[in-house]
Design a protein around this ligand. Structure first.
Ligand SMILES: Cc1cc2nc3c(=O)[nH]c(=O)nc-3n(C[C@H](O)[C@H](O)[C@H](O)COP(=O)(O)OP(=O)(O)OC[C@H]3O[C@@H](n4cnc5c(N)ncnc54)[C@H](O)[C@@H]3O)c2cc1C
Length: 334
C-alpha cells in the first residue's frame, strides 16, 4: 500500500457540498489507480454526519476536526489545521476544490510542508510507472492545456475546478472508518484577524454549481436589466439556472461581487453560458471559456465575444432576452 490521497472536504448546512462530491470522485479514481486509500478531512462544528456521508461517497477513512468553519476563521488557521492533519496522516496527494478555501489554503499548505501546489486543474492522474502526479490545467485563457508532473518525493497539493468531474454517487453499503483529530492550538500571534463576516444574499444555486448561467455585462446598463436575465435563467435552467456578471456590473454595484466570473471572479464550466451585453475581454473569458456551449447576445456585430461564442444574436438585449425567454417557455410548454 502506498501513501494515500486526502480530499479536503467542504460542507454546507452539515452536508457535503456538490464540489466536494466531485473531489471524492476524482480522489477515488486516483486512489484506485495508485493502489492506495482515499481519506477525507471534514471540519466544522459536529462534523459526524458529513463524515458518514463522505464514506458513502467513496472515502475509506474520514478524519474529523471539530473546529470553526473556514468562514469563521482565517486561512492561516486552516493552513495550520491542514499541516497538522498531513503530519498525522502522511498523504501523498491532497485535493482541494478551486474554491475560496482551496485558493487560500492549498498554496499555504504546500509552502509550509515543502510540497508543490498546482491550482485550477481540470484533471489529475497518476503515472503508474514513475508514481508522478499528472495535473492538467487550462492555460492561455483556456486555449491550450498544460500537464504538470510532480514526483512523489514531495507532498503534491492540487486544486480542482468545480464541475471538472461528475459528482460521486452515494453507496449506502460502503464501510469506512471515522477518526477524530484534535484541532490545532489557536495561533498565539496571528498574522490575520477576522473582523467581520457578511452573508451575501444569493438566492438559489451557486454559479459554479449551475448548469445554465445567464451572465450580464456593462451593456445591461443598470440593476433593472438583470431582472430580464433572472427570468431567462429561471425559465431555461429551473433550479440549476443562475445569473452571473462581468466585473463592470459588480463594480457599479448593480449586482453582488459574489457572482463575478473571470480572472478575479469565479471560474465556471456550465453546460450553457449565455453572455448578454458582454464584450468578451480575456479577463472575463478565462472564467467561462470552458463552458460546453456559449451563446452571445450583443448589439455590436464586431464585439469580440462573437469569436468566442458557439451561437450569437446581434441585437439589443432588451428585445433579444424576452424573445429568447418566450421561445423557451413555448417550447417547454409544448
Ligand atoms: C487585472 C484585471 C483583472 C480583471 N478581472 C476580471 C474578471 O475577473 N471578470 C471580468 O468580467 N472582468 C475582469 N476585468 C475587466 C475586463 O478587462 C473588462 O473590462 C470587463 O470584463 C468588461 O466587461 P463587459 O464586457 O461587461 O463591459 P464592456 O467592455 O463595457 O462591454 C459591454 C458590451 O455590451 C454591449 N452592449 C451595450 N449595450 C447593449 C445592449 N443594449 N444590448 C446588447 N449589447 C449591448 C457592447 O457592445 C459591449 O460589447 C479585469 C481587468 C483587469 C485589468
Amino acid at each position: 500500500m502506498t501513501k494515500g490521497i486526502l480530499v479536503c472536504a467542504e460542507t454546507a448546512d452539515g452536508k457535503i457540498t456538490a464540489t466536494t462530491r466531485e473531489l471524492l470522485h476524482a480522489g477515488r479514481d486516483l486512489a484506485d489507480a495508485a493502489g492506495s486509500a482515499l481519506a477525507a478531512l471534514v471540519t466544522g462544528k459536529n462534523p459526524q454526519e458529513a463524515a458518514a456521508e463522505a464514506i458513502t461517497l467513496g472515502a475509506d477513512t474520514v478524519y474529523t476536526v471539530d473546529a470553526p468553519s473556514f468562514v469563521e476563521s482565517t486561512p492561516d488557521y486552516y493552513a495550520s489545521l491542514l499541516v497538522m492533519t498531513c503530519r498525522k496522516t502522511e498523504p501523498a496527494v491532497v485535493i482541494f476544490g478551486q474554491t475560496d478555501l482551496g485558493r487560500d489554503v492549498a498554496p499555504l499548505l504546500a509552502a509550509r510542508s515543502g510540497g508543490v501546489a498546482c491550482m485550477d486543474c481540470v484533471r489529475v492522474a497518476i503515472d503508474t510507472q514513475t508514481r508522478a502526479l499528472l495535473q492538467t490545467r487550462p492555460v492561455y485563457g483556456g486555449n491550450a492545456m498544460a500537464v504538470w508532473s510532480s514526483g512523489e518525493e514531495v507532498l503534491r497539493v492540487v486544486a480542482l475546478r468545480p464541475r471538472s468531474y461528475a459528482a460521486a454517487e452515494p453507496d449506502a453499503t460502503r464501510q469506512g472508518e471515522i477518526v477524530a483529530l484534535d484541532p490545532p492550538d489557536s495561533d498565539e500571534s496571528p498574522r490575520m484577524e477576522l473582523l467581520e463576516t457578511r452573508k451575501e444574499d444569493i438566492q438559489g444555486v451557486k454559479i459554479e454549481d449551475a448548469r445554465i448561467v445567464v451572465s450580464g455585462g456593462g451593456g445591461i446598463g443598470g440593476p433593472d436589466g438583470f431582472k430580464l436575465l433572472e427570468e431567462l435563467a429561471r425559465v431555461a435552467g429551473g433550479a440549476s439556472g443562475a445569473v452571473a456578471a462581468t466585473r463592470v456590473p459588480c463594480d457599479e454595484g448593480w449586482v453582488s461581487h459574489g457572482i463575478e466570473v473571470g480572472q478575479t471572479g469565479t471560474i465556471i464550466t456550465p453546460d450553457l453560458y449565455i453572455a448578454v451585453g458582454i464584450s468578451g475581454a480575456v479577463q472575463h473569458m478565462v472564467g467561462c471559456a470552458d463552458s460546453k456551449v456559449i451563446v452571445a447576445i450583443n448589439r455590436d456585430p464586431d464585439a469580440h465575444i462573437f469569436q468566442e461564442a458557439d451561437f450569437g444574436i446581434v441585437g439589443d438585449y432588451r428585445q433579444a432576452v424576452p424573445a429568447l425567454t418566450g421561445a423557451i417557455k413555448s417550447i417547454k410548454g409544448a
